[in-house]
Design a protein around this ligand. Structure first.
Ligand SMILES: [Zn+2]
Length: 117
């Protein structure tokens, strides 16, 4: 038994720190991104942290003469209206360019063109 223990104690265990070095030297994700992800990252670097306009917009007066402006780079966009502050559901509707639309709660929405990312 003593001979076995001394034999194991002489075995050296190799180790490497290469993995740690690689993780600390990871490149910028911008260099690996392609397509839409790259456009999004470039927009964020340029100072636009909401390139796809996905944040919740606060409604304005929303009258027929002064509708809520919804930006879109396309001909139509799906919009959700939280009609009342305590509402537990969202009223969804499609908005199309040139056709302002009224929600069931009475607020008007209009699509305005915004250049796509
Ligand atoms: Zn509504």
């Amino acid at each position: 038994m003593a001979a076995l223990c001394s034999r194991f104690s002489q075995i050296s265990r190799p180790f490497s720190t290469a993995g740690r070095l690689l993780s600390s030297q990871m490149s910028n994700p911008l260099e690996h991104a392609t397509g839409l992800e790259k456009k999004e990252l470039l927009s964020r670097v340029g100072g636009n942290d909401n390139p796809f306009d996905l944040r919740v917009l606060k409604r304005g007066p929303g009258t027929r003469d002064c509708p809520n402006q919804i930006p879109s780079g396309f001909d139509s966009r799906l919009v959700g209206c939280i009609c009342e502050e305590e509402a537990t559901t969202v009223q969804w509707m499609w908005l199309h360019q040139g056709c302002p639309r009224r929600c069931a709660c009475g607020h008007w929405f209009q699509l305005v063109y915004k250049a796509p990312v």
